[in-house]
Design a protein around this ligand. Structure first.
Ligand code: C2E
Ligand code: MG
Ligand code: MG
Ligand code: MG
Length: 285
């Protein structure tokens, strides 16, 4: 290849790179505005006690209501927020909005008969900030909620780095009385020793461990083994990605306490979720 070839490749490459960088800068600027303004919204998905249909938890899932591009899903902007440090402001917004929503549901006459916890998703970056502990304490104080009603979901990826600061933060959150749950279990390293070591009470098993096993003759045995492993570690299992009645029934009969997924409900906007809470005692109604 000649030098000229190399240069021509570069000329093609550079404007594309520049364009990508401009797009990204624009996205970062818009995301900053979205957090400061009121373009973030929470959707809510119930966590169901399989034996009774009782709503035992609600997971808050963030979306970005973009003024021109519509509803943007978290997978498209959470990574950007994490890389640019905007995640702490975003996470703090989610924390306060979720806790405030739970307070409203627990005090409004038409929804107060329900008794469930609020689950929010935490980033690895949050565990690396000492102020995060203060943020959680402040949000709980402002809402006057029992700390046990707030459950923080942490992915294996977020904690496996397991450094001193992580451990200190987790222990401090534990002291505050909030619940801790491992999210997406089975997609990361899934080390048994760290299941034993971490101060968590629950494990949410990743949905791919349900769908990928769908046609595998070993599926029932594997599900039973995963549930047994979790129980042997003294933890409670929640299975995510429950999409049909057979899965829900199979999990229930295998001893799984709770499930979450489209079979019960998709994540819903606040107004719709509130309406369902007001109308129904158990789920699915
Ligand atoms: P996650 O915490 O594992 O949340 C579960 C995801 O699976 C959600 O996607 C939910 O809509 C989807 N899901 C629920 N049931 C089913 C089902 O039956 N089948 C299938 N195929 N999918 C189901 P979503 O809302 O797009 O969120 C994606 C991820 O973004 C979350 O995964 C979480 O890691 C992250 N995320 C969402 N909200 C926040 C937030 O407020 N802060 C942070 N740091 N991360 C968030
Ligand atoms: Mg989650
Ligand atoms: Mg998950
Ligand atoms: Mg996930």
């Amino acid at each position: 290849a000649s030098k000229a070839d190399g240069r021509s490749k570069l000329r093609v490459f550079e404007p594309a790179m520049l364009h990508a960088r401009q797009l990204r800068n624009q996205l970062v600027g818009e995301l900053r505005q979205a957090i400061a303004g009121s373009q973030l919204v929470l959707f809510y998905q119930p966590v169901i006690e399989l034996a009774t249909g009782r709503i035992e938890g609600v997971e808050a899932l963030v979306r970005w209501q973009h003024p021109t591009r519509g509803l943007i899903m978290p997978d498209e902007f959470i990574p950007v927020a994490e890389e640019t440090g905007l995640i702490s402001a975003l996470g703090n917004w989610v924390l306060n909005a979720a806790v405030e929503q739970l307070r409203r549901w627990r005090t409004a006459p038409e929804t107060s008969r329900h008794d469930f916890s609020m689950r929010i998703n935490i980033s690895a970056a949050d565990l690396q900030r000492l102020e995060f502990i203060e943020d959680v304490r402040d949000a709980l104080t402002a809402s006057e909620l029992d700390p046990a009603l707030l459950v923080l979901e942490l992915t294996e990826g977020a904690i496996i780095q397991g450094n001193e600061l992580d451990r200190y933060t987790l222990a401090s959150l534990r002291k505050l009385g909030v619940g801790l749950e491992i999210d997406d279990f089975g997609t990361g390293y899934s080390s048994i020793s760290y299941l034993r070591r971490l101060p968590v009470d629950r494990v949410k098993v990743d949905r791919t461990l349900l769908s990928a096993l769908g046609s595998d003759p070993a599926q029932p045995a594997l599900i039973a083994a995963i549930l047994q492993l979790i129980r042997a570690c003294g933890l409670e299992a929640v299975w995510e990605g429950v999409e049909n009645a057979e899965q829900a029934e199979h999990l229930r009969s295998t001893g799984c306490i709770s499930g979450q997924g489209y079979y019960f409900s998709r994540p819903l906007p606040e107004a719709e979720f509130t309406k369902r809470l007001a109308q129904h005692d158990v789920w699915p109604a």
